[in-house]
Design a protein around this ligand. Structure first.
Ligand code: GTP
Ligand code: MG
Length: 245
C-alpha cells in the first residue's frame, strides 16, 4: 500500500500552517513577490525530499526540478544538505534538473518525467516547477490569447494531477503575482497580492500559500483560499541552510 507522505519545508511554523508539510498526491503552489523565498523553498525541498522519516515510514527519494527561469543553483544545495546532515554530492545526484524555455517544452518535459517515474516506480518523490506561469506569460500575450493559454494550462495541470496520484509524488509549483498598475504605487506594497493563472490554476491546486517580505529580513507565509486549511499566517526565515523558522 502506498502512503501519502509530507515533506518538511525546513520551517516548523510553515509545516504547522500546512497541516504537516508539502503533501504527496497533491499539488502545492506558492506565489509571492520577487525575493519572497519561493525558489529558496524549492531548493530546501530538493534536500528534505531525500530525508527519511521513520514516523511516516518514508524512505526519501529523488527529485525532478523543472526550471523555467534558470533559477536552479547546485551550489545552494550543499549548505542545505549539510544542515540536514546528508551527503551533499549524493543529494545533488538525486536531483534531476531540466530547463524548459517555453510552454510546449514544459509539456514535453512533463511527458518525459512521467516516463522516468514509470520506469523507476517509487524512486521519485517530488516534482518541482519553478515557475509554472513564466513560460505561459511569454508564449501567450494579450487578452486575445488568454483563452488558448488557459486551455493549455488546464491540460498541463490535469497531467500534473494524474502524475502526482499515479506515482505518489508531491508536486510543488511556484507562481508569480499580478502587478496591478491601476493601483497607485504607494498602495501597491500593501495591496493584497494575487497569483496569476486564474481559475484554472486555482482549481487545480490542492494547497496555495503566499510568501511575503516583511520588515528587514522578515518573511511571512500565509495559506491562501484553501478549502481544507485555515488561512493562518506565520513568520519564517531564509538562511544559508535553506528555509527555517
Ligand atoms: P523571484 O523568483 O524573483 O520571484 O523570487 P523568489 O521568491 O524565488 O525569491 P528567492 O527564493 O530566490 O529568494 C531570494 C532571497 O533569498 C534573497 O533576497 C536572499 O535574501 C535570500 N537568500 C538566498 N540565498 C541565501 C543564502 O544563502 N543565505 C541567506 N541568508 N539568504 C539567502
Ligand atoms: Mg524564484
Amino acid at each position: 500500500r502506498r502512503h501519502i507522505f509530507q515533506l518538511t519545508t525546513g520551517s516548523k511554523n510553515i509545516n504547522a500552517i500546512l497541516g504537516g508539510g508539502i503533501e504527496s498526491m497533491a499539488i502545492t503552489e506558492v506565489f509571492g513577490e520577487s525575493r519572497s523565498g519561493k525558489t529558496q523553498l524549492a531548493h530546501t525541498l530538493c534536500v528534505t525530499a531525500q530525508l527519511p522519516n521513520e514516523a511516516q515510514e518514508y524512505q526519501g527519494g529523488k527529485v525532478m526540478f523543472i526550471d523555467t527561469e534558470s533559477t536552479f543553483r547546485p551550489d545552494r544545495i550543499k549548505p542545505i544538505a549539510d544542515r540536514f546532515e546528508l551527503d551533499s554530492s549524493g543529494v545533488l545526484e538525486n536531483i534531476l534538473c531540466a530547463r524548459a524555455y517555453n510552454s510546449e517544452q514544459l509539456y514535453e518535459l512533463l511527458t518525459s518525467a512521467g516516463n522516468v517515474f514509470h520506469k523507476d516506480p517509487g524512486m521519485f518523490k517530488l516534482l518541482i516547477i519553478d515557475s509554472i506561469m513564466a513560460p505561459f506569460r511569454v508564449d501567450f500575450i494579450g487578452a486575445g490569447e488568454m483563452s488558448e493559454r488557459q486551455t493549455k494550462l488546464g491540460l498541463m495541470l490535469s497531467k500534473l494531477q494524474k502524475m502526482s496520484e499515479e506515482y505518489n509524488i508531491a508536486v510543488f509549483l511556484t507562481n508569480q503575482i499580478t502587478t496591478d498598475m491601476s493601483q497607485p504605487l504607494t498602495l501597491l506594497n500593501n495591496a493584497e497580492v494575487k497569483p496569476i493563472g486564474g481559475n484554472v490554476l486555482a482549481h487545480a491546486t490542492t494547497t496555495r500559500m503566499v510568501l511575503k517580505r516583511g520588515q528587514f529580513q522578515e518573511r511571512i507565509a500565509k495559506i491562501y483560499g484553501s478549502p481544507n486549511l485555515e488561512e493562518q499566517e506565520t513568520k519564517f526565515d531564509i538562511t544559508l541552510g535553506g528555509i527555517t523558522d
